[in-house]
Design a protein around this ligand. Structure first.
Ligand SMILES: C[S@@+](CC[C@H](N)C(=O)[O-])C[C@H]1O[C@@H](n2cnc3c(N)ncnc32)[C@H](O)[C@@H]1O
Length: 362
């Protein structure tokens, strides 16, 4: 079964992904320093820059702008930029954003843009064609559903400590942690097939810190709303048991240990340069703290998580004859719950990031 078809398209993800941009912005300065170390020499004819999991592209284009500006401080070589996502992703907004004739592009005649559809867990580009690869807020989407059902909750990481409604058992959690680890290693092996020796890889993703996890609050409200649909008879308990969002929120240790462990294959492929777990301010939370406008907060919060959860919900309940009504019900109820009980669904954006250098092949 396909895990997700991507985010909601037609501009919806772009319009509701300011929190992700906030998390991206925190690590952008890492790119500036890393670019100075790129292995460019007389043999280099084109510099390859790639972002994996680009979605509709608003945030991805910001990343590429930053990388291009950093490259241009030292090199005028032609640059090939590539934005990649699942083949089912809505690339149309991205193409408009990249087209100089539509007022987009990078304002540099020596930059050539392209998009590639495919899974980031596969090699998608030729050997030695990439100098810098990035991925933001994406590698937590698992490549597959490792369990047929997760009856206690709708997310592998389980409910927040604060809400505590539902449960995921320790053996279930281990299955998902192992899947996330195997996905990470597949991703890294695939990039090793593309990145030049000395080239860079930045892996950033929503995660789990000591106090907060990015899944807290938002999956609690979604779980509560889906259970309301069960109570209403819109979905059966058995269908609920089979539904979960195949997304995993990693700790920093889970992201970095494959590179630190000398026995792991990927530690031969890349050297870990720096890594960090961090929390960033969330624009819709800051706005709410300033204005106290609960309606605007509940709408922005719900649209934010609807953008990345709706496709999975639709795939899981594709057989339901009242699918559209079910989807509307779930997100309307979610918004109502946030409006009624904002303190119950508190949201924090925690991310983990690792900057790596491609080793010479042994
Ligand atoms: C939350 S969005 C992040 C978009 C953008 N990088 C940002 O930070 O705003 C996650 C993206 O990962 C993509 N994605 C999920 N699984 C993927 C896979 N196996 N291969 C490529 N992209 C994938 C989704 O389609 C989606 O566009």
């Amino acid at each position: 079964m396909q895990v997700t078809s991507g985010m909601i398209g037609q501009g919806f993800y772009n319009d509701n992904s300011a929190p992700q941009l906030s998390a991206i912005s925190y690590v952008l300065p890492w790119l500036d320093t890393a670019i100075d170390e790129l292995p460019l020499d007389d043999q280099t004819t084109t510099i390859g820059l790639v972002d994996f999991g680009c979605s509709e592209g608003a945030n991805s284009v910001e990343v590429l702008k930053r990388l291009i500006a950093a490259v241009r401080k030292t090199s005028g070589l032609p640059i090939q930029t590539i934005h990649s996502d699942l083949p089912t992703n809505d690339f149309s907004e991205l193409f408009l954003r990249l087209s100089p004739k539509e007022g987009g592009g990078f304002g540099d005649d020596n930059v050539f843009s392209a998009a590639v559809g495919g899974s980031m867990f596969d090699q998608l580009l030729p050997p030695n064609s990439v100098h810098f690869a990035t991925t933001f807020n994406a590698i937590g989407f698992l490549s597959k559903r490792p369990l047929d059902q997760l009856p206690g909750y709708i997310l592998p990481n389980g409910p927040s400590k604060q809400r505590g409604v539902g449960q995921v058992t320790t053996p279930e959690k281990k299955v998902f942690a192992d899947q996330a680890n195997s996905d990470l290693q597949d991703f890294v092996r695939a990039r090793a097939g593309e990145i030049v020796p000395g080239g860079k890889l930045l892996i950033q993703v929503f995660g789990a810190g000591e106090e907060y996890r990015t899944c807290d609050g938002l999956y609690d409200v979604l779980n509560d709303a889906v259970l309301m649909a069960v109570d209403q008879g819109m979905i059966s308990r058995g269908a609920y048991d089979q539904y979960y969002q195949p997304v995993y929120f990693r700790t920093l240790d889970e992201l970095t240990s494959p590179f630190k462990n000398q026995d792991s294959e990927v530690s031969d492929l890349f050297t870990l340069e720096r890594s960090e777990v961090y929390e960033v301010p969330v624009p819709f939370v800051q706005e709410y703290e300033k204005t106290g406008d609960i309606n605007t907060y509940a709408a922005a919060y719900t649209n934010f998580f609807r953008a990345f959860t709706e496709a999975v919900l639709r795939l899981n309940f594709a057989e339901n004859p009242l699918l559209d009504a079910l989807v509307e019900f779930v997100f309307e109820r979610s918004e109502q719950l946030v409006r009624q009980y904002p303190e119950r669904y508190e949201f924090h954006y925690v991310a983990v990031a690792a900057l790596l250098t491609r080793n010479d092949d042994l």
